[in-house]
Design a protein around this ligand. Structure first.
Ligand SMILES: Cc1cc2nc3c(=O)[nH]c(=O)nc-3n(C[C@H](O)[C@H](O)[C@H](O)COP(=O)(O)O)c2cc1C
Length: 162
């Protein structure tokens, strides 16, 4: 089985809800397992063991949260070991056009530095799903779609085809 790890930070539960919606999308693809973990319970070994890593953060001042950034900074210890894994991002913000896209890009940028593979989306939500506060049904739909898309790409690239 290919493994998709969903790592998130969340203070008030909005990004957490998105994380579980992403996991639902992953589960729609046969041959791919998903695991959802809050960032403070995630280890660097978890990252190395995954075939794909999807990260979610609340938008804080137009960037990912300090907790998620600190975890990513600690991944310098495993630099080189995430190369070729699939990466993706999602966020919950307090409004629209108030920093969600820069937050997504702040996460995706670190994935590119790790040599990970990031797939864009041509029709809307180019960088990943972003909800305003708690995800509404439409946001959950985008999250599920992200999970499904990452799982399908992971399977394509994986050494463990279904
Ligand atoms: C320290 C802090 C900074 C924030 N900065 C922004 C911001 O720059 N733009 C924005 O739209 N919302 C901002 N927010 C609002 C959160 O992104 C929003 O409430 C989000 O839904 C929280 O997600 P969570 O429930 O997963 O913690 C900020 C909230 C906090 C606590």
């Amino acid at each position: 089985m290919a493994r998709v790890l969903i790592v998130y930070d969340s203070q008030t539960g909005n990004t957490e809800k998105m994380a579980y919606a992403v996991a639902e999308g992953v589960k729609q693809v046969r041959g791919v397992d998903s695991e959802v973990k809050k960032v403070d319970r995630t280890s660097l070994d978890d990252l190395v063991a995954a075939d794909a890593i999807i990260m979610g953060s609340p938008t804080y001042y137009g960037q990912m949260s300090a907790r998620l950034k600190a975890f990513i900074d600690s991944s310098e210890k495993i630099h080189g070991k995430l190369e070729g894994k699939v990466g993706a991002a999602f966020t919950s913000a307090g409004g629209t056009a108030s920093g969600a896209e820069t937050t997504l890009l702040s996460i995706l940028q670190t994935m590119l530095v790790h040599g990970m593979i990031v797939q864009g989306r041509p029709d809307d939500k180019h960088y990943g799903p972003a909800s305003v506060e708690a995800p509404r049904p439409k946001d959950a739909k985008y999250c599920k779609e992200l999970g499904k898309r990452v799982a399908s790409l992971t399977l394509k690239l994986s050494k463990h085809p279904a």
